[in-house]
Write a protein that binds this ligand. Structure first.
Ligand SMILES: Nc1ncnc2c1ncn2[C@@H]1O[C@H](COP(=O)(O)OP(=O)(O)O)[C@@H](O)[C@H]1O
Ligand SMILES: O=P(O)(O)OC[C@H]1O[C@](O)(COP(=O)(O)O)[C@@H](O)[C@@H]1O
Ligand SMILES: [Mg+2]
Length: 531
């Protein structure tokens, strides 16, 4: 019998945790966050059967009249953001040098201090919070319901609001700030770099450098790239990363050694799950060594697989570009006699790009994502549906995420330098299977396969991502100056927040097959269940 992708029920979250493994270079993995299922059980995650089996469940006693307030205070402490004063209790804050009344660029020496304005009402209070979950579900059976108890009691979950603080913990003249971009490319990296540099300069920082080629730049002692407003002025006009990216690299201890040698006091880390695991480990190591360093992440993932955020930068651009590829596949398929267009999009374990691009284009008949199981053959299989589409519509477009249907491919166990599993090409496999299927039927089918993945990743950010990158980059700097470390910035319910790194990377965010968005996608494509 044909195997299918892991079945994912409405209350289960999807597949492989890319970082829930021992990293080849860094040792132990990060698994901290607890998740909630409808039985009122907190779990570390809801991923594979083995992981579930090995995950200790922490039951909440709902007969305890205080369970809700206990939960809320537990949540508050989980989402507490680490601060320098946790380690340096006597650290003295001083008035912020970030002041929008300052209109002239800082050109001279800063010996006598910066302009500052404590009466300006543009600062964020440290106690400001943003509500993380905004829907009050009345039943666990509501689509996409995330309930803590069987009655779906309303529980407030607050996270820290991002932005400039009145008091800062670093003297700009003493700061050496470094920026590093890791993992794969993503539209908007240059926009974020640019805003970090610009904002650092507004605070009065003069020593700003880029670490070349991701974490590797620390190990190979590659030359730092001096950064200034002048250098970064136009970098957002092109895609890629001004600094270069890489996978793999030195150990955390070696990275921190290198930071010490270089005298880095603020490190801005742009990257995905893996990069953030590294950033958190760097933060922890800095604390262990009692270094007064702020490590702040900016989540970069074209796959949109970071938890808790509305979206990550580059994702909108990716969707926009992806629908252009889908349109080409549609034109090819539609213009051919019994044409079938296949488009493969990125998404290792999360099918967000494929889902959203399918929705945006309105030209997709079949959307396949890693989170949803499907058969290729058999009465309910994809191939049978393609036959039906050719007979009824004359053509068909299939859009799939790279991680979909990996169970149909032979496992190689190959890993990239970061330890990520190297996937087989499901697009090529499906193309071959379609050709074989129609040949065996003796029916024609003109199959065209488009793989635009790297073209999409190399694009420059569109306007909406450009704005997101701007705000995230600025907030990263505000967070560092405020004395926070081991945090990342994000957008939650349209507001900007600081989150502790472990909470956003405890497993990769994935499409919920019970979500309204996936249902909308199915409504739009008109595809049946392929199981
Ligand atoms: N668990 C981990 N701990 C520390 N560093 C990690 C970990 N996983 C990955 N890294 C490092 O982070 C960088 C980027 O990781 P990668 O998985 O390739 O991309 P991404 O950050 O986009 O997920 C690489 O240099 C890698 O060595
Ligand atoms: O060829 P590379 O550099 O390994 O990149 C491919 C991977 O990059 C991604 O787009 C994003 O991965 P990262 O977030 O780890 O950079 C994946 O979807 C894809 O599998
Ligand atoms: Mg990754």
């Amino acid at each position: 019998m044909e195997s299918i992708s892991p079945a994912i029920g409405s209350t289960l979250l999807p597949p492989a945790k890319s970082h829930d493994r021992t990293h080849p270079l860094f040792g132990s993995s990060l698994t901290t966050s607890r998740r909630i299922n409808l039985n009122g059980i907190c779990r570390k995650s809801r991923i594979s059967a083995e992981q579930k089996a090995s995950t200790a469940a922490v039951a909440i006693d709902f007969t305890d009249p205080d369970w809700k307030s206990n939960y809320e205070s537990d949540f508050e402490s989980r989402f507490n953001i680490p601060h320098l004063t946790d380690v340096f209790e006597d650290a003295v804050p001083f008035p912020s040098t970030f002041c929008l009344k300052m209109r002239t660029p800082i050109t001279e020496d800063i010996a006598d201090g910066y302009p500052s304005d404590e009466n300006w009402h543009g600062y964020i209070n440290n106690d400001d919070r943003v509500l993380l979950k905004v829907i009050r579900f009345s039943s666990p059976t509501s689509a996409g319901a995330e309930c803590i108890d069987p009655d779906c009691t309303w529980v407030e979950q607050w996270v820290h609001r991002a932005g400039p603080r009145k008091k800062i913990y670093f003297k700009p003249e003493n700061v050496k700030a470094a920026i590093v971009t890791c993992g794969g490319l993503c539209p908007g990296l240059n926009d974020v770099i640019r805003q970090i540099v610009i904002t650092l300069e507004i605070y009065g920082v003069k020593k700003i450098v880029g670490i070349p080629f991701g974490y590797r730049g620390f190990g190979d002692e590659l030359a730092e790239m001096p950064l200034s407003r002048k250098v970064v002025q136009n970098v957002h006009l092109s895609g890629g990363s001004l600094l270069g990216v890489s996978r793999g690299g030195p150990t955390v201890s070696e990275i921190v050694d290198s930071m010490q040698e270089r005298g880095i006091s603020m490190l801005f880390v742009l990257g995905g799950n893996g990069t953030h695991a590294g950033a958190n480990a760097i933060h922890t190591e800095c604390r262990k060594r009692r270094l007064k360093v702020a490590v702040v992440g900016v989540p970069k993932t074209i796959d949109n697989d970071i938890l808790l955020m509305d979206k990550t930068f580059g994702f909108d651009t990716a969707v926009e570009e992806a629908q252009r590829a889908i349109n080409s596949a549609y034109i090819e398929a539609h213009s051919a006699y019994r044409g079938i267009g296949i488009v493969k999009l990125m998404g290792r374990s999360s099918g967000f790009i494929a889902m959203q691009a399918s929705l945006a284009s309105g030209q997709v008949d079949i959307c396949l994502i890693p989170e949803v199981a499907f058969h290729l053959h058999g009465p309910h299989g994809v191939l049978g549906h393609l036959k039906y589409l050719l007979e009824t519509k004359g053509s068909a477009v299939l859009c799939l995420a790279e991680g979909a249907g990996q169970n149909f491919l032979e496992k190689t166990n190959a890993k990239d330098a970061s330890g990520n599993i190297v996937l087989g090409d499901i697009g090529v496999h499906i193309q071959q299977e379609i050709k074989k299927y129609f040949k065996a039927l003796g029916a024609p089918a003109d199959v065209k396969y488009i793989d635009p993945t790297y073209m999409i990743r190399a694009c420059r950010a569109n306007a909406s991502d450009g704005i997101l990158c701007t705000v995230l980059g600025q907030n990263a700097v505000h967070g560092a100056f405020a004395g926070y470390s081991g945090i990342t910035v994000g957008i939650c319910n349209t507001h900007y927040v600081y989150l502790p790194i472990p909470e956003v990377i405890s497993y990769p965010r994935a499409v919920d097959p019970n979500s309204r968005m996936w249902h909308r996608c199915l409504t739009s494509t008109g595809q049946p269940d392929f199981i």
